[in-house]
Design a protein around this ligand. Sequence first.
Ligand code: ATP
Length: 462
Amino acid sequence: MALILIVEDESIIRSALTRLLQHNGYAVAEADSVDRALEVAEQSKPDLIISDLRLPGRPGTDLIQATDTPVLIMTSYASLRSAVDSMKLGAVDYIAKPFDHDEMLASIKSILDRRPAKPSPPKLEAENASARADIKDLMFGECTEMLKLFDLIGKVSPTDTTVLIQGESGTGKELAARALHMLSRRREGALICVNCAAIPETLIESELFGHEKGAFTGAVGARSGLIEAADGGTLFLDEIGELPLEAQARLLRVLQEGEIRRVGSTQSKRVDVRLIAATHRNLKAMTKVGEFREDLFYRLNVMQLRIPPLRDREDDVIGLAKMLLTKMGERMDKPNLKFDKDALTLIRRYQWPGNVREMENAVERAVILSDSDHIGKDLLAIDLEGELDIPEGMLSMDNPANSKGADKGTDLSLEDYFQHFVLENQDTMSETELARKLGISRKSLWERRQRLGIPRTKKSAK
Ligand SMILES: Nc1ncnc2c1ncn2[C@@H]1O[C@H](COP(=O)(O)OP(=O)(O)OP(=O)(O)O)[C@@H](O)[C@H]1O
């Protein structure tokens, strides 16, 4: 939005012009003299100055030499002489009072359209460039969408603005939150990441806000919550769409008042926390059906970052896969690994429904299983027809269908496989182990449990 500085000593004319400009989408600053105008211009760097010619003290034309900003002169002394003088002095245009509204707006538009794009101050450009470099240490991305995202992260991170990150599971929402924290002035403070979907509803309020002794059955002592732990730092709430309505109300209070009240307490405590939230759900649609508070949604939605799914990052897939191969290879002491041509074709054609996480898992599996420096398509275990290909090893070792003598993988839907695997192993494996074996995140495991109605047992809940 362009900012226009109006310099006029007659307050009635000044406020009438202010209203006209504001109604037409301009931001306005005001001054009643040349000296005051110079101070305001110094602070607010307007795009245009509209100044009366005759002002107390010094004439409006003095502004022309004193600033780099274009100056449009207006005067009630509509004579050819003053018009010519003003233009000679370097005014960009001249308008006679009383002016016609349309004529004034047309003149402003033509001046603003002509102005060269404002060069960014060199320092800022250098800062942005180094911010981009830092993000690139954390996140891979070379396609246009990702470069735009990195730019936005670079711009938003130094502010304390609440950020809402949207993207499918595994696209890198948590990584983006980490980048925002690392590039912020809060980087020395804590980054607390909470997956709202992974905490049972009954516990979420006390986990986030803390509780007093005796606040509920089992609250044997007072405990601070995760928001307090993020004081001076950043709180990342993943899957915020899963936050129950009561917890949403509490969170809203924290955002509005900067204060936290533990469950069961009447005392508030000030906290200085920057909130970053993420979701793969459409929060706006959720507000329409009463599942998400509208006021909280607007509080969160100040700045939105969208991370594209991997299938839309055509220019990135190969680079990302190679980067992951190098990383995993180094980690597992296999530094010379390379993808074969058929593997690269497969990587390019596959849709990667589980996004970067799925690719990471596929590459890690391939690196573990590789006997030479060549990674062929078989090692990637990707099924182009369907989604996840059940790894050989897992079928023979763990798949209950296998032990019942079923044909390897045939007639076994992924849902069946998932259900069998979880039911069979959840008494002996933790939730993290189950997720790792299945090649999915803890959150996806939780989501599938919800969808298929498989409650957690005591062991897996740990
Ligand atoms: N651009 C990227 N460059 C390198 N690694 C990435 C990138 N994006 C994601 N990853 C990696 O992919 C995995 C998944 O990323 P992350 O957990 O940030 O995704 P998410 O969107 O938060 O997933 P979920 O919604 O399931 O929690 C992580 O191991 C992360 O390091």
